[in-house]
Design a protein around this ligand. Structure first.
Ligand SMILES: Nc1ncnc2c1ncn2[C@@H]1O[C@H](COP(=O)(O)OP(=O)(O)OP(=O)(O)O)[C@@H](O)[C@H]1O
Length: 349
């Protein structure tokens, strides 16, 4: 086992009956990494987590953890923790008893148990809540109990399935920080599932983007955000203006067109064999350029304003600072898609 493959999924195929949900998936995760599995509903995120946890039989392939093949090891012998989006706390037990539960099952008692539980509660800031019942806690506090309960078991890997999805926007932000802190303090390897790209970008060391049971791209948050390799990932992370390339020209509703700026030198530095180009709305220049559009929609987002333009190329989304003069529905605007700002896509899928 190398450092880069503390947890390895090798050619993992997972199915429900005859229906394959995850196909031939390879993934190596380093010890202490915080990994986000990101992707649309049904792409196989939860299925992959269930297989790592031992809750779903593997059809073919292997799961290795810390040098051991655990593909056929029962869930309770894997040292893999799992935290669900519904925290699944025992309502009749106190916070203390909830956190102690798994340790007691392992036969721990007395001072050792008490020390572990106290330290687990302390690590999530809930020492003074030990005697409360889950119903007497806020959603965020319940989430912390669930986290403490998982962490006291000292798992080699902690899996979190949509851990923040039941929390309101404010609490989600708090819990993001909390999760990150606990992870860095304990050094536990964590994999969390989310379909929220902002959450993945904010939390993860590396993001694994999945599509239809396969990995579409693996990279740092910066890679995924700035350098998506396919149109699917580009679309998923907010590049709204995405076009295929054919012989160095952009294929649009108005046919093949040349871009202004030096596309070839931009591409040769980034991706010489690009299959497409993508621009975020704020990469579109409004007010000057070779193209024409008519404002069909506008939305105000505090610092910025977004315009949806009807154009011969197809619909274009542009974002400008809100301090710029506003345009009205029906206004005709010129715009540019600057070649040097485009993200080159290797695959158009
Ligand atoms: N118990 C099941 N029986 C049959 N098919 C299932 C079962 N659970 C999931 N699937 C199918 O497997 C595929 C992957 O599902 P999975 O739950 O892993 O997706 P996901 O990416 O976690 O989605 P979501 O974000 O909605 O939770 C989907 O096509 C789904 O319909």
């Amino acid at each position: 086992m190398s450092d880069a493959s503390y947890l390895s999924l090798e050619k993992l195929t997972l199915a429900y009956g005859d229906s394959v949900a995850v196909a031939n998936l390879d993934l190596d995760i380093r010890k202490g990494e915080l990994i986000a599995l990101l992707g649309p509903s049904g792409c196989g995120k939860t299925t992959t987590m269930r297989a790592i946890a031992g809750l779903l039989a593997v059809k073919s392939g292997h799961v290795r953890l810390d040098g051991t093949d655990i593909t056929r090891v029962p869930a309770n012998k894997r040292a893999v923790g799992l935290m669900f989006q519904s925290y699944a706390l025992f309502p009749h037990l106190s916070v203390y008893e909830n956190v102690a539960f798994g340790l007691k099952l392992k036969g721990m008692r007395g001072t050792e148990l008490d020390t572990k539980v106290q330290s687990g509660l302390k690590s999530v800031g809930l020492s003074t809540f030990a005697n409360r019942k889950p119903a007497e806690l806020s959603g965020g506090q319940q989430q912390r109990v669930a986290l403490a309960r998982s962490m006291v078991m000292e798992p080699k890997v902690l899996l979190l399935d949509e851990p923040l999805s039941n929390l309101d926007a404010r609490l989600r932000l708090d819990m993001r920080t909390e999760l990150q802190r606990v992870q860095k303090e304990t050094g536990v390897t964590m994999i969390f599932v989310t379909h929220d790209q902002a959450e993945a970008l904010a939390l993860a060391d590396r993001i694994v983007v999945m599509k239809s049971g396969k990995i579409e791209q693996i990279g740092s948050p910066e890679d995924i955000y700035n350098r998506p390799t396919s149109s699917f990932v580009a679309d998923f992370v907010g590049f709204e203006n995405i076009f295929p390339l054919e012989n160095g020209k952009m294929k649009t509703g108005a046919g093949l067109i040349d871009l202004s700026g030096d596309l070839s030198s931009h591409l040769s530095s980034g991706a010489p064999s690009a299959a497409g180009l993508a621009w975020r709305p704020r990469m579109v220049t409004l007010g000057t350029g070779p193209f024409q559009g008519t404002v069909r929609g506008t939305s105000f987002a505090g610092d910025s304003r977004e315009y949806l333009l009807d154009t011969a190329l197809g619909p274009i989304k542009a974002e400008v600072e809100a301090s710029q003069p506003a345009h009205a529905l029906g206004d005709a605007l010129t715009f540019d898609l600057p070649a040097e700002k485009a993200a080159p896509l290797l695959r158009f899928v």
